[in-house]
Design a protein around this ligand. Structure first.
Ligand SMILES: *Cc1c(COP(=O)(O)O)cnc(C)c1O
Length: 351
């Protein structure tokens, strides 16, 4: 049985073209800044994302944490959204690596009210930590791939920048946001000081992310990458795939969004499942199972036994992520399997 893997867009495999490019990549020692393929990727990435410079990093987590280390000094406070990846999923890295404490704020679909941000900024007082950074996330993972608009981004960023506080954007899926809005990604990144985006998710590269910002920021970030052990040698073999991700894989994200829409509409029609398709505009769906007589983890297990992989995000909700390695036919097949399983559960409950 071939599994339909909707756990994450991180499961995407490199394309044959990426494999070819990796095999023939021109390489050098990138710690000496002598890898021409890494340089090409960093130059193209910086240009596409609208920043002066970029740094190739092994993962999105490392990119975000390097950004934090570059801005912060020990004892600083970081304002971020309470469900954000940096707060929720990065293993306490802010505390561990930057010696910083988090000030998590409630958000609505990734948006924090600018007044809340203003209130959270610390005054100059002998008792207070220094507010050293504001972090934003677009698309917002735990909010179901929710998109922040350029206006929302600007409002939040300005609340911090007015007080001289820099803004980092966790843009792991920033190209999904740009495609969903039908705008140039640079409109979404212009208001922030730095941005991290992943090549290894919907864009299909096997490894890697880029951290982008001003030239002086990236020069400091390069040193922080080294201290984390992220200074790689002939990493052009990886960057070669990343170049194809940026050149050839961005526009096709629209297809993933169409598939997510198809899946959401199909799920909405299954009695017992709760989902509002209008809440999702990118490649992530959150499905509520509150009306079913089993936990999210049990439902995920049941789905797996029938050939569909998803992830539990809470006791009562599961997540589906569409990506290039699941086609329309497989989406329809997944819907058929889910409908059959849910109908079976509904029958059992009635008896
Ligand atoms: C996946 C993800 C990351 C981290 O990327 P890794 O490459 O898995 O470390 C950061 N932020 C968000 C919002 C993500 O979804």
């Amino acid at each position: 049985m071939e599994l339909i893997d909707l756990r994450s867009d991180t499961v995407t495999k490199p394309t044959p073209e990426m494999r070819q490019a990796m095999a023939s990549a021109e390489v050098g020692d990138d710690v000496y800044e002598e890898d021409p393929t890494v340089k090409r990727l960093e130059t193209l990435g910086a240009e596409m994302i609208g920043k002066e410079a970029a740094l190739f990093v092994p993962s999105g987590t490392m990119g975000n944490q390097i950004a934090a280390m570059t801005y912060l000094t020990r004892g600083d406070e970081v304002i971020l959204e309470a469900e954000s990846h940096i707060f929720y999923y990065e293993v306490g890295g802010l505390a561990l690596l930057s010696g910083a404490q988090a000030c998590p704020l409630p958000g609505r679909r990734g948006f924090m009210e600018p007044e809340l941000i203003t209130q959270a900024i610390r005054e100059d007082n002998i008792h207070f930590p220094r507010t050293g950074l504001l972090c934003l996330e677009n698309t917002h993972n735990r909010a179901g791939g929710a998109v922040l608009t350029p206006e929302q981004t600007k409002k939040m960023a300005e609340a911090a920048q007015k007080h001289g506080i820099p803004v980092h954007l966790d843009g792991a899926r920033i190209f999904n946001a740009a495609i969903a809005l039908g705008i140039d990604v640079r409109e979404l990144t212009a208001p922030v000081d730095s941005v991290m985006f992943c090549l290894s998710k919907g864009l299909g590269a096997p490894v890697g992310s880029l951290l982008a910002g001003s030239k002086s920021f990236i020069a400091k970030a390069r040193k922080n990458r080294k201290v984390l052990g992220g200074g790689l040698r002939q990493s052009g073999v990886l960057a070669a795939a990343g170049l194809i991700a940026l050149e050839k894989m961005v526009a096709r994200l629209a297809e993933d969004h169409d598939h997510a829409r198809l899946l959401a509409e199909g799920l909405a029609n299954i009695p017992g499942l709760t989902i509002n398709p209008d809440e999702f505009s990118t490649n992530i769906l959150i499905l509520s199972l509150e009306k079913l007589p089993l936990t999210a983890a049990e439902f995920v297990q049941l789905l797996k036994e029938h050939g569909v992989l998803a992830g539990a995000v809470s006791e009562t909700a599961i997540r589906f992520v569409t990506h290039k390695d699941v086609n329309k036919q497989q989406i329809k097949e997944a819907l058929r399997i889910i409908e059959q399983l849910v109908n079976g559960l509904n029958r059992k409950t009635r008896v």
